[in-house]
Design a protein around this ligand. Sequence first.
Ligand code: ADP
Ligand code: MG
Length: 340
Amino acid sequence: MGINSFFTKEIAIDLGTANTIILFNDKIVVDEPSIIAIEKNTKQIKAVGKKALMMYGKTHDNILTIRPLKDGVIADFQSTEMMLKEFIKMTGVRGRIFPPALKMVICIPSGITEVEERAVRDSAEQAGAKEVKMIYEPMAAAIGIGLDVLSPNGNMIIDIGGGTSEVAVLALGGVVTRKSSKTAGDEFNENIIDYMRKKHNIAIGEPTAEQVKIHVGAAIESLDNPPDDYEVLGRDLVECIPKSVKVNYQEIAAALDHSISEIESCIISALENTPPESSADIYRNGIYIAGGGALLRGLDKRISKLTKLPVHIADNPLKAVARGTGIALKNFDKYDFLIS
Ligand SMILES: Nc1ncnc2c1ncn2[C@@H]1O[C@H](COP(=O)(O)OP(=O)(O)O)[C@@H](O)[C@H]1O
Ligand SMILES: [Mg+2]
């Protein structure tokens, strides 16, 4: 440990539309939903992360819960900044008496504009960063999966997060082709809410839809290992009283079908726009999926059927991007694709 590391601490941040993960010394020190709760009158922060999530959908008029990156774009710079600062505080790496300078790599959605990128950078600097570089999400995912992104060998990565799905072909440390869509985990939840309303006459909130997706979410209607049916609680739309309904995975697969087709169109379009030499690489290597959406039952099978290619799900897909961002941090000066 050099004298420098006493004054400078290094952290890697996966600033996701749904979840933010911060790594310090190869360990996850923050893993929180990207949500902030603010008191409207005073503009004071009431809570961030899990605590703010618990308030989501249950707040009264004076408390506002915001997901600042909801659609992969920064809807609200000020709340993004507040959230990022609070998460960095939560790491405890800065201490109180003599706060060290921070060196950071931050992973951002690749659809982000230059202005938004600037806003993230400013927020990080406000929070104590002296040196900041950014990395685009599919690149971080590929590194986290263990692919050699510097080699000429092309790889296709699909990252399905909360607000965006990104499909990218990477080679030689760069992006060969990229497609992104706003159809991702949040949209799946919306589909489930709509389905429950139309089919079962029951109103449910987003947290319940999320649980339905986790318990019986699927991309195909014939799974080898089907999950048990799931009991959904909500409000009856006719009688307006609490009610419960059991749903099975096949219903949810049907409800998600349209959204998954949109992601499939993105994949096809990315494949169509891939130069032939990279296509040959993808034929040999198959396709990799990361992000929380990779956990949807049968999605690998469905994409494999569509593309006639092998599809690999990243180990612990919710953490792949953070892992890759951590590796990028260690290669701060070596990876020239990092955005400074
Ligand atoms: N078991 C699961 N099945 C399907 N989707 C899931 C599962 N677990 C988490 N997700 C979804 O993954 C998304 C979050 O993934 P993540 O990669 O953290 O997104 P982001 O990078 O946008 O923050 C959320 O929409 C969440 O609902
Ligand atoms: Mg992500």
